[in-house]
Design a protein around this ligand. Structure first.
Ligand code: AP5
Length: 250
């Protein structure tokens, strides 16, 4: 029998069910094909970004030191990083700069990021870590050391960094009073053109910093180096040198 139409009993049903099975099989094959193609594209994208399937960035901090530069808004992180780059040639990655560049790029998430930064709040961790990881991987071949400026700002950021990238080598923390920080930022506001350098946002940035800072620092008692950032730029830098010199001469 060529067609099931001749019968009204079980054999007609059987013919239909074979057709149904064939159809289901075809659908599964198409679905499998789409899934495998998507998986290939996804892996290729991550490989292009230099990130392995295990999610780990190819950076060895026993050979290329990773230095976290921490401190409140206006504590002098950027100022000291400029001096560190000049002397040690380290690769400087400021999460604030990376985020401002992302905002400038006009990407889909730019508007959301601008709003968060203008409220003095923290941008979601995955956004910051993605930007940081991508920038580090891109420079991993030539970097003599990494200066990670303004990261981590909360406990979970530090944990995420170390599991996704590499353990931190040393943490330099610039300590200054809220009064000093506010005064410096208001001074910088006269020329910086930064949307978050205004009295209202400075207060919010300080609050965000104070809410999280102790918890961040408490995680790393053995790697943390505190520096009094009320001092002059040069005297602060000479303390920074005492911390970094041993890293580059070992
Ligand atoms: P970011 O750009 O990192 O800003 P910040 O932490 O508020 O720090 P600043 O860049 O304003 O100050 P600085 O410590 O570098 O001081 P500077 O050297 O310029 O972050 C901006 C925003 O991005 C955040 O609010 C958040 O929304 C988001 N973000 C960033 N990182 C994030 C993260 N990890 N997770 C989530 N969100 C994140 O100095 C300030 C002024 O003081 C200058 O005028 C300078 O000349 C002067 N000065 C410096 N040192 C001295 C000194 N010793 N004596 C006198 N004056 C001094």
């Amino acid at each position: 029998m060529l067609s099931g139409d001749c019968y009204s009993d079980g054999s007609l049903m059987k013919t239909h069910s074979i057709e149904e099975k064939l159809l289901k099989c075809k659908c599964s094959c198409v679905f499998l094909f789409i899934f495998v193609s998507w998986l290939k594209l996804y892996s290729a994208q991550w490989e292009r970004r230099g990130i392995s399937n295990t999610g780990k960035a190819p950076i060895d901090s026993t050979k290329t030191p990773i230095v976290w530069i921490l401190g409140g808004p206006g504590s002098g992180k950027g100022t000291q990083c400029d001096k560190i780059i000049a002397k040690y040639g380290f690769t400087h990655l400021s999460t604030g700069d990376l985020l401002r560049a992302e905002v400038q790029s006009g990407s889909d998430r730019a508007k959301t990021l601008t709003a968060i930064m203008e409220r003095g709040e923290l941008v979601p961790n995955d956004v910051v870590l993605d930007l940081l990881k991508e920038a580090m991987v891109a420079k991993a071949d030539k970097a003599k050391g990494f200066l990670i400026d303004g990261y981590p700002r909360e406990k979970s950021q530090g944990e995420a960094f170390e599991s996704a990238i590499a353990p931190v080598t040393v943490i330099i923390y610039f300590e200054a009073s809220s009064e000093t920080l506010t005064k410096r930022l208001l001074g910088r506001a006269l020329s910086s053109g930064r949307a978050d350098d205004n009295e209202e946002t400075i207060k919010l940035r300080l609050k965000t910093f104070l809410d999280n800072n102790d918890q961040v620092l408490a995680q790393y008692p053995n790697k943390l180096k505190r520096i009094n950032a009320e001092d002059t730029v040069d005297s602060i830098f000479s303390q920074v040198e005492q911390i970094l010199d041993p890293l580059v001469t070992k």
